[in-house]
Design a protein around this ligand. Structure first.
Ligand code: 4AD
Ligand code: MG
Length: 429
């Protein structure tokens, strides 16, 4: 069915019926304007007194913001309209007259809007962002399908930690304790030993106490993992992945990006090859820009912003000090102080969007790493099995969907990229 506002420019000269809601209305003498939305777009319907039955005009007077109704009219070309058409209305039928709508035309504060998120979604901006999210997620799935990766989803209840114990959400699991998954990686590794190239894609949870513009407690992560991949293969995959997915969204969502007033010139640049610098080079770059950072320091948001803004497209930083990275990362054979890790930093100050690595594939070394980090061996026995039975070099990464969308949409805070964001101080609606 293509009888919806976003595709109405294919129906010029036809009389159509649309179902939707009142976005706004106004009158100017004998002419009345109904701004109508159907979920796919917004159209202006024009009512000329004298051209329609009196009952239509009476119904028009009853319309409040968000009243649900169907409208019938002639589709006419209109060059001034962002969608190229308007409707000459001949009839309207009301389904439900909305009560006084709490989101009026005045500017509301962000807290109020978030508390009314279930209604705020109907506004232009949130709707545009959700359309972009839909498009981006489809692009992710299409990319991995095209590259021969199979989707294998990981569980959400888990008995062990993947990304450190400080951000675990604990929950009761009958007479046991369970944690909400911080990352599906460990399971993706098992699946990669079965199917070769896989990815998992789902919600992940972190009890982040930080109230930053880059952290949610629940976010979606896509995590490819591939057998016989090394760090270079991993970065090359991430590079192809970002180019494909970003270019796809630019093509598919031009209208939505325009609604957000996003300047997309910098996104057009997201084409391989991306710059790749080592952690050591990144430290030099930061020092040259006046930062007091030392080898061994982890980069925070300010450092990531400076690095990101030094390049015209996403940049990879590789080979971090092993001390600041996770237990499962393989060490660099050239320098065992370094982990074969990589992060990808987005331009324009959006920070880290991808974290990945080549994984430790040697049994003895992995046991040693777990012990060093004070992690119990027992819950990781199944994971150690992967190094007992036909272990191979392998690598993967995780991309945070909300962070990436925040960059694509040019937002101040990633919370607007989730339909119902979860943050330290927000569980409702
Ligand atoms: O760098 P992280 O912690 O990596 C992992 O979880 C690996 N196990 C992934 C893998 O190799 N399979 O997280 C990956 C990405 C980050 O780069 C960021 O985009 C996102 O997940 N992320 C968050 N997004 C929103 N809110 C948070 N609290 C996030 N924490 C991480
Ligand atoms: Mg990371």
């Amino acid at each position: 069915m293509d009888l919806c506002i976003s595709k109405l420019n294919r129906h010029i000269g036809e009389t159509v019926t649309l179902k939707g809601w009142v976005y706004n209305k106004r009158s100017s003498g004998k002419i009345k304007f109904l701004i109508f939305r159907d979920g796919t777009g917004i159209i202006q319907a024009v009512i000329v007194k004298g051209n329609v039955p009196e009952s239509v005009l009476e119904n028009f007077e009853k319309l409040t913001q968000e009243t649900s109704l169907s409208i019938t009219g002639l589709v006419k070309e209109d060059k001034r309209s962002p969608i190229g058409v308007e409707l000459e209305l001949s009839d309207l039928k009301v389904f439900h007259v909305a009560e006084e709508y709490p989101l009026g035309k005045k500017d509301h504060g962000i807290d109020f809007l978030l508390s009314k998120r279930h209604l705020w979604l109907r506004s232009k901006r949130p709707s545009a962002i959700l359309r972009i999210r839909d498009s981006y997620i489809r692009a992710i799935r299409d990319f991995f399908f095209q590259e021969g990766f199979a989707l294998v989803d990981s569980p959400i209840f888990t008995p062990n930690a993947c990304e450190g114990t400080s951000t675990l959400f604990e929950t009761e699991y009958f007479d046991q304790k369970a944690y909400l998954s911080q990352s599906g990686q460990l399971y993706a590794e098992a699946a990669a030993m079965a199917l070769g190239k896989v990815y998992c894609f789902g919600p992940t949870f972190r009890a982040e106490k930080s109230k930053t513009r880059r952290h949610l407690t629940e976010f979606w992560m896509v995590e490819p993992e591939a057998a016989y991949f090394d760090l270079e293969d991993d970065m090359a995959l991430a590079e192809r992945f970002l180019e494909f997915t970003i270019q796809r969204v630019l093509k598919e969502c031009a209208v939505e990006l325009q609604t957000l007033e996003r300047d997309t010139t910098k996104l057009q640049n997201v084409k391989a090859p991306f710059p790749k610098i080592s952690y050591t080079e990144a430290v030099e770059l930061l020092k040259a820009k006046g930062q007091s950072v030392q080898f061994g320091d982890d980069f925070g948001a300010p450092e990531e912003t400076i690095i990101g803004e030094s390049f015209d497209r996403p940049v990879f930083i590789h080979r971090y000090p092993a001390k600041i990275k996770a237990f499962y990362m393989k060490r660099d054979p050239q320098n065992p102080e370094l982990a074969l890790a990589m992060d990808c930093i987005a331009p324009e100050g959006y920070g880290e969007i991808i974290g990945g690595s080549q994984r430790e594939d040697d049994y003895e070394t992995l046991v040693k790493r777990l012990k060093e980090q004070g992690l119990p061996l027992e819950p990781f026995e199944w994971y150690l099995d992967l190094r007992r039975y036909g272990s191979v070099p392998h690598a993967g990464f995780g991309l945070g969907v909300e962070r990436t969308l925040s960059w694509i949409c040019g937002l101040d805070h990633l919370r607007e990229t989730a339909a119902f964001p979860r943050m330290m101080y927000r569980l409702e609606p």
